[in-house]
Design a protein around this ligand. Structure first.
Ligand code: COA
Ligand code: AMP
Length: 632
């Protein structure tokens, strides 16, 4: 039996023993006796009888083991031209100071703290400081608008917000503080305290009594020790897109997260303590939580925190420069970043300029990896390029290639084989397994392994409805795909209204809600259309109120501005078609799939249930009129 098979079987035969053994790698305050608590099935908890501290395991334990001077965080910011390195000891002091300052402001165990920050070292310090004092952090990606932040403030009800005066994007400085102020104004819940880092590129005005300057507020604060928390106490909430404008607050518990993420570092990524690990993502996304901040530090690796873009900061060689300079062993990024680099440097000339001999493997996730990009990367890097598939909900890979156990064959187009912990099944509408090779809903047999979401924040009913109801006994991933003869999974599409733009997960339902809030728009549909760089882009189809005589161009500009204001630049919403009517079934369901196919110029079948087929010609004409003409 192969080593991968043997490990998977070991888990399958006795999951309890498998995870208790994995838990031995963690420093517990009270070690677990039981791994899984299934007393409230189908809701499960892991390591509920244990106590621990996540920051201790990421930071203090390495200092205690004599590795205090070793590098923990490498901040590399081509966008500001700065670099900074923090040792485990630096990180211990920084998290103890910030944790102490938060405690002095009344933030304690179980209180929520929102972190709205650019990619600076303080973002990681902020997350770890919350973990240190047992507070529950919720990081909000900087590319979201004030309105999205307000929605999260009202849901998480944070006692404090940690932010910075600005973020920096190529060619522009984005003042964060006005966005923060606006979001607090919009929100019903008012946080008591904000700590603000003043970045020299744009200083923020502070509101006396509520806002505190980051350094000043920490000056006299007592140092915080690592608080003892329950294994099934929440470590963080991370909001992700669902089908409506209300994002889902994915909850992560301390114990399961520690065990699963620690396990992945050797088995999935094949790194050793002391190696340099680089996830080129953002702390606002799950990849950033798991693999910029937590897992590398749990395992005693140094992690790179990169404030830049794959191209343009300053060029398409920046990834290879970072690898050379910091001796990165493992790079994890999204396929869209590779596409951007490939487009700017098709011959891989920049790669030749740098010594990337430290790099062993490139991992991709976040969206479907297109074979062209994988092929380009393999050819020019001459290293394994490994796709793996996971979600905000899971916190780590459901399927992949566990190179630390055994290198499985790399099959382009497949996201790998199921990892121990994940019993992946492909089901039809009636919850029956489909034959090998046939497309179906990708589901995971319950219980999910450690680190996967136990529930949604303040929304248990929604958790059951969204993930557990349709396929009883299974977790519904929302992806469609098939399992091939050799047990490799192929992810093909989403089964819901979620689209993936440059590796960012966005809700078309949320965008439709924004469009219909425009006073001249009567009805709207948003679909994902194919884009060479970003994978998908949102395209809006809008019908105007009768009597509205605005020029289509004016309306388009207003809709784009509204989306930027309400959801944020991250939505990359730039395509709007003004149409008279939307194609619908006779029962009134909007035919979004057909519209997407027309926009993509791929063949489509006119659905038998369509109310009026002539509308499809109107859609084609509208796309031609706006200069978006993909020919059928
Ligand atoms: N704060 C404020 N604005 C932000 C932001 C942030 N943290 N991050 C992105 N934005 C803005 C960008 O400036 C851009 O604004 P614009 O419309 O005015 O140009 C918009 O949001 C869209 O950003 P992005 O999707 O990053 O597109 P881009 O054109 O700037 O860059 C790529 C394209 C492919 C280089 C970029 O998307 C990328 O590096 N993707 C990697 C994806 C990734 O890491 N995903 C995480 C999952 S693994
Ligand atoms: P997120 O929660 O933002 O990480 O997005 C998760 C979704 O991104 C998944 O449900 C998939 O639709 C998609 N996704 C992530 N990784 C992959 C992958 N390797 N291949 C195909 N789709 C992926």
């Amino acid at each position: 039996m192969s080593a991968y098979r043997e490990t998977y079987e070991r888990w399958r035969v006795n999951p309890e023993r498998f995870w208790l053994e994995a838990a031995e790698a963690i420093d517990w305050m009270r070690p677990p006796v039981q791994a899984l608590d299934d007393s409230n099935a189908p809701l499960y908890r892991w390591f509920a009888d244990a106590t621990c501290n996540t920051c201790w395991n990421a930071v203090d334990r390495h200092v205690a083991a004599g590795r205090g001077d070793d590098t923990a965080v490498i901040y590399d910011s081509p966008i500001t031209g700065t670099q900074r390195s923090l040792s485990f000891l630096d990180l211990q002091q920084a998290t103890a100071r910030l944790g102490g300052a938060l405690k002095a402001k009344g933030v304690g165990r179980g209180d929520r703290v929102i972190i709205y920050m650019p990619m600076i070292a303080e973002a990681a310090i902020a997350m770890l400081a919350c973990a240190r004092i047992g507070a529950v952090h919720s990081v909000v990606f900087g590319g979201f608008a004030a309105n999205e932040l307000a929605v999260r403030i009202d849901d998480a009800k944070p006692k404090a917000i940690l932010s910075a005066s600005c973020g920096i994007e190529p060619g522009r400085v984005i003042p964060y503080k006005p966005l923060l102020d606006k979001s607090i104004e919009l929100a019903t819940h008012k946080p008591e305290t904000c700590f603000i880092i003043q970045r020299p590129e744009a200083e923020a005005e502070l509101i006396p009594g509520r806002d505190w300057e980051w350094e000043a507020v920490q000056t006299d604060a007592p140092l915080a020790e690592c608080e003892e928390v329950g294994g099934a106490d929440p470590l963080y909430i991370l909001y992700t897109s669902g089908t409506t404008g209300q994002p889902k607050g994915v909850v992560r518990h301390n114990g399961g997260h520690l065990v699963a993420l620690h396990w992945t570092m050797k088995h999935l990524y094949d790194v050793e303590p002391g190696d340099v690990y680089w996830a080129a993502s953002d702390v606002g996304w799950v990849v950033g939580h798991s693999y910029i901040v937590y897992a590398p530090l749990f395992y005693g690796c140094a992690t790179v925190l990169f404030e830049g873009k794959p191209v343009g900061t300053p060029d398409a060689g920046v990834f290879w420069r970072v690898i050379e300079e910091h001796k990165v062993r493992c790079l994890f990024t999204a396929p869209t970043a590779l596409r951007a680099i490939k487009r700017a440097d098709p011959q891989g000339e920049f790669i030749k300029k740098y010594d990337i001999s430290s790099l062993k493997t490139l991992f991709l996730a976040g969206e479907r990896a297109d074979p062209d990009s994988i092929d380009w990367a393999k050819r020019h890097l001459n290293r394994p390029v490994i796709d793996h598939w996971w979600q905000t909900e899971t916190g780590w890979a459901i399927c992949g290639n566990p190179v630390g156990i055994e290198s499985l064959p790399i099959k382009v187009g497949s996201a790998g084989a199921p990892m121990p912990g994940w019993d992946v099944r492909i089901l039809d509408e009636s919850s029956q397994e489909v034959p090998t090779g046939e497309l179906g809903a990708v589901c995971v047999k319950l219980p999910l392994p450690p680190s996967a979401l136990p529930t949604l924040w303040n929304a248990e009913e929604r958790y059951r409805r969204s993930y557990l109801e349709k396929f009883p006994g299974y977790y519904e991933t929302g992806d469609a795909g098939f399992m091939d003869e050799e047990g490799f999974l192929h992810i093909m599409a989403r089964t819901d209204d979620v689209i993936n733009v440059a590796g960012h997960r966005l809700s078309t339902g949320a965008m439709e809600e924004v469009l219909t809030s425009h006073p001249d728009i009567a009805e709207a549909a948003v679909v994902g259309v194919a884009d060479e760089l970003k994978g998908q882009l949102p395209m809006g189809f809008v019908c105007l109120n009768s009597g509205c005589d605005k020029e289509a161009e004016t309306l388009q500009a207003e809709a784009i501005a509204l989306m930027r204001d309400k959801i944020g630049p991250v939505a990359a919403f730039k395509l709007v078609a003004v149409v008279d009517r939307l194609p619908k079934t006779r029962s009134g369901k909007i035919l979004r799939g057909v519209m997407a196919k027309i926009a993509d110029g791929v063949p489509y079948k006119t659905p038998a249930t369509i109310d009026d087929p002539t509308i499809l010609d109107e859609i084609t004409t509208a796309l031609h009129d706006m200069g978006y003409a993909q020919s059928n």
